[in-house]
Design a protein around this ligand. Structure first.
Ligand SMILES: Cc1cc2nc3c(=O)[nH]c(=O)nc-3n(C[C@H](O)[C@H](O)[C@H](O)COP(=O)(O)O)c2cc1C
Length: 167
């Protein structure tokens, strides 16, 4: 497998812990980690990507991702395999749960990339989510505040799902 680029944004720091867990389960692979607050210049270097964003506002991208969204829209994703992890709160924001990853999904697919790692909505309680295509989440949904106990297993299973699909 070619090297994986992990790109994340965080406002209150919870995503940093999720990145640590992703790194733990990627420890046998080659990967690099970037906080998008420092830019996304390196993103084009990777054919395998994991993009991680919490949702803010009502279904919006985390602020550092918002700042690079135009640059992302001008990025060619042809040939790239992309896994998406969305952080959210299904009870406090049950009508826009993890909506931000749909924004990333739309950009990646519009620009020629392939999003891998859709997951079942079973086990989550929410009213609405933009991040559902064909009955599944377009990535991995993490709700650290309400279902943190499930997080390690969810990450491990999801990485096992996407790794065989990577370049
Ligand atoms: C102002 C605000 C708005 C939020 N909006 C949403 C939302 O629309 N959908 C959702 O699923 N979670 C929403 N959340 C929950 C965050 O995505 C969640 O707390 C996340 O873990 C924060 O990650 P971070 O600590 O890495 O920034 C919101 C949180 C705040 C404080």
């Amino acid at each position: 497998m070619k090297k994986i680029g992990v790109f994340y944004g965080t406002t209150s720091g919870i995503t940093t812990g999720i990145v640590d867990e992703v790194e733990f389960y990627l420890r046998k692979e080659e990967y690099d980690v970037y906080n998008v607050a420092n830019g996304i210049e390196k993103l084009s270097d990777y054919e395998n990507l994991i993009l991680i964003t919490p949702t803010y506002g009502v279904g919006e991208l985390q602020v550092h991702w918002s700042k690079v969204a135009d640059q992302l829209r001008n990025t060619d994703f042809t040939g790239k395999k992309v896994g998406l992890i969305g952080l959210g709160n299904q009870f406090a924001f049950g009508e826009s749960f993890i909506g931000a990853i749909k924004i990333l999904y739309d950009i990646v697919t519009a620009n020629g990339g392939e999003v891998v790692g859709f997951t079942s909505t079973d086990g989550y309680q929410f009213q609405e989510s933009e991040a559902i295509v064909g009955g599944k989440f377009v990535g991995l949904a993490i709700d650290e505040g309400n279902q943190g106990d499930y997080t390690p297993e969810r990450i491990e299973n999801w990485l096992n799902q996407i790794k065989p699909l990577f370049n």
